[in-house]
Ligand binder design. Structure first.
Ligand code: ADP
Length: 715
């Protein structure tokens, strides 16, 4: 057995010996043999030059020194290091192993090699050095790729972590911007939030003064590691001398980082100091300009004692928050301006004699009441404020007034109406005070709307008109007495004048006739005036009472004209009908005496305001409505007087309005046209005037008819 084993190994050895050169040639390893004495190449296998990609063909390198057969890409320094390794191996006889030796070979780029240098002994001496090199490029590349992937993953992971942290910090800081309405309050809340995230040694928030290019400090926070003297601390940030702050900083769009020591230089080396950071403790300062669109609103300053605190997380977090902080500063400034304005307005309203109350729609609470309101409503001022409208019942009792026998109104109801969107102007309200006394006020309520139209509150304004009402009552009483006191003697005078006139009969005494007629006419004029004044008084107290019935208008119209045609000696009166037959009926709902009163006013004015001897024309014609349906009649009274100035025209229907001096000489109270308009409007009619200076005036009246114009039955 042993023999056969021995024989077999001998057999193998001999095979190996005879095939050794062939085996070496086919090894995937590059092999080269160097003479240990002179480091010249003695032999290589075919693989060696192929793997190293040297220009040497097999065999041609033989005899050349190591330095000559090295690839050209190996730099000189490295080449001599390699020679040194070879020398040492030759001297010491120790093997040398180099793993993943990298060099860039022509046409292949970077390649990696594991190579080994083994000494070969002859007679106890190192005579050769055997270099075997294995190409490990694919393995190294695969490993590098894995490492690269790991690094990318780690990078992505840390980016995600940072992003998460950034979002968290942004949330913390931005949450402090909400519900902050006052700039200083806002600033200190933001600095507290930044402190909780990054703990800067020093922070300051400056705001740009609107209209001025200067900054003012809103809030600051300083940690113990910094000098506590604020004045000296902030000097470096705002010194106008350095020319950097504030002017240049307010023009910066991006954050600016300033370091005390130049980057990369050790403190100890005494890197160039930034003069701006004169404070010993601070080493890094970041200025964040706070921009909103085209306007820099302020500057946020964060400073650190340490060198490495200004990192990506800080920069990204505060850069994200900066525009929002700018917006919040604008909002806070506006809010303060509005609050100041409100204070000023309230200071003015406090002085007004009219009572004013404001309520807020959201809570329906009284948000403002001026002293006049408190005084007029008989409630102490503090009792109003903050009280919801539905709880203010005690302040405005409901019930029947003892003095006026009227139902009292609650002012809080008026405000509730306004909160529903109703506007009520000049409403007279009787209000009972908590102490039982009462007051009449003229009040107006209106909703207060936001720009979008939503109701945000309501306002009530009221003034005490109790005295005025008292005076009005006295005036009414006076009218009632005057009516009686004047009418009675006038009626008696008129009665006797008529008697005397009749007694005169066919007396030829012209003077006597003229006197009695004049007395009668003037009495009639006076009686009419008294009637008109009474009517005006009635109008102001609930209107005139009409007694309308289905009647013809044409006959009374003709009678009125006829009456004046006969009695007026100064003018000629003409009655004309257009498209109406004298026998026609103009049927409608009329209070005939009132219509006569209106026409009389127009006719007497035409006579009064036109020259003696001129003509007054009264006419009527159908008034065509849309669709040619005649349901209205147009009546006109035309004179040849001086006319009415265009500046007076819009006002002549107003109560007590009289035009110019000419009319004043004509006498009158200025109530005739006012009453006429009211009477016509009470019949659903319309009245207007056309007048030209020097050419006369025409008054037009349109009255509705119930039927089309009819022929009188039996005619
Ligand atoms: P009064 O005639 O008593 O002054 P009215 O109310 O009847 O009051 O008229 C108001 C004013 O209108 C008059 O004062 C006058 O100036 C003007 N006026 C009315 N009718 C005429 C008219 N026909 N021609 C010119 N002015 C007129």
């Amino acid at each position: 057995m042993e023999d056969s084993k021995f024989n077999m190994s001998t057999e193998y050895e001999s095979i190996l010996q005879s095939y050794a050169p062939l085996i070496v040639e086919h090894l995937p390893v590059g092999v080269a043999l160097f003479d240990a004495r002179n480091l010249r190449m003695v032999a290589t296998n075919r693989r060696y030059p192929a793997l190293l990609n040297v220009q040497w063909q097999q065999g041609r390198a033989v005899g050349h020194h190591l330095t000559e057969v090295l690839p050209a890409s190996v730099p000189a320094e490295e080449a001599s290091a390699l020679v040194e390794i070879f020398r040492r191996a030759a001297e010491t006889g120790e093997s040398y192993h180099y793993e993943e030796y990298a060099f860039s070979s022509i046409g292949r780029g970077m390649t990696y090699w594991d190579w080994k240098l083994d000494p070969i002994y002859e007679n106890g001496q190192v005579s050769y050095l055997l270099l075997s090199a294995t190409d490990v490029t694919p393995q190294v590349e695969a490993r590098l790729r894995v490492e690269q992937d790991h690094a990318t993953l780690a990078q992505a992971h840390s980016a995600v972590e940072m992003e998460k942290q950034r979002i968290k910090y942004c949330e913390i800081i931005l949450s402090h911007l909400r519900n902050m309405s006052e700039p200083k309050e806002l600033a200190s809340a933001v600095l507290t939030a930044i402190d909780s995230c990054f703990s800067p040694s020093l922070q300051a928030l400056y705001v740009v003064q609107p209209g001025q290019d200067s900054l003012s400090l809103l809030a600051s926070r300083i940690h113990d590691d910094v000098v506590q003297d604020e004045a000296s601390i902030f000097a470096p940030f705002i010194s106008p001398k350095d020319g950097f702050f504030p002017d240049q900083m307010m023009c910066q769009r991006d954050p600016v980082i300033r370091r005390k020591y130049q980057a990369g230089k050790e403190k100890k080396e005494g890197g160039a100091k930034d003069a701006l950071l004169a404070l010993p403790a601070l080493e890094q300062v970041v200025y964040f300009p706070l921009w909103k669109e085209q306007q820099c609103e302020g500057i946020l300053v964060v400073a650190f004692a340490g060198e490495d605190k200004v990192n990506d997380l800080l920069m990204k977090t505060l850069s994200t928050c900066a525009p929002r902080l700018a917006e919040a500063l604008i909002y806070a400034r506006l809010h303060t301006a509005v609050a100041d304005e409100k204070q000023r307005l309230y200071a003015i309203l406090d002085q007004l004699p009219e009572g004013i109350l404001l309520v807020e729609a959201r809570t329906s609470k009284v948000t403002y009441a001026n002293p006049a309101a408190a005084h007029l409503l008989g409630v102490a001022l503090p009792q109003f404020l903050g009280v919801p409208l539905n709880q203010s019942a005690l302040m405005s009792p409901h019930g029947l007034s003892k003095q006026n026998q009227k139902l009292a109104f609650r002012w809080n109801f008026a405000l509730i109406h306004a909160l529903w969107g109703r506007t009520i102007t000049n409403q007279e309200l009787l209000i009972l005070r908590p102490d039982g006394s009462e007051i009449i006020v003229l009040s107006s309520v209106a909703p207060i709307r936001m720009p979008g139209g939503m109701i945000s509150g309501a306002v009530i304004v009221f003034q005490d008109i109790s005295l005025l009402k008292q005076l009005e009552q006295q005036k009414d009483e006076f009218f009632a007495v005057a009516n009686h006191e004047l009418r009675t003697p006038l009626t008696i005078i008129m009665g006797f004048a008529e008697l005397l006139h009749l007694r005169a009969g066919d007396s030829t005494d012209a003077m006597y006739q003229y006197a009695t007629t004049s007395i009668m006419q003037e009495c009639e004029h006076l009686l009419r005036l008294i009637h008109d004044l009474l009517d005006v008084s009635h109008l102001e107290h609930g209107g005139l009472k009409m007694k309308k019935s289905y009647q013809d208008l044409l006959a009374p119209l003709r009678q009125t004209v006829d009456k004046y045609a006969h009695t007026t000696e100064t003018h000629t009166l003409r009655f004309i009908l257009e498209d109406i037959e004298p026998a026609d009926l103009l049927m409608g709902q009329f209070d005939i005496p009132r219509i006569e009163q209106a026409l009389t006013n127009l006719i007497t004015n035409a006579i009064k305001y036109s020259p003696v001897g001129s003509e007054v024309e009264v006419g009527a014609r159908p008034y065509l409505k849309a669709g040619n349906v005649i349901r209205e009649v147009l009546i006109w009274v035309k004179d040849q007087g001086n006319g009415i100035a265009s500046s007076d025209l819009p006002r002549i229907f107003e109560r007590f309005y009289r035009a110019d001096d000419t009319s004043r000489s004509a006498g009158g109270f200025g109530i005739g046209l006012y009453l006429t308009k009211e009477l016509i409007q009470n019949h659903d009619g319309r009245i207007w005037v056309k007048s030209t200076r020097g050419k006369g005036s025409t008054f037009f009246v349109v009255l509705p008819l119930q039927e089309a114009i009819m022929e009188r039955a039996g005619d």
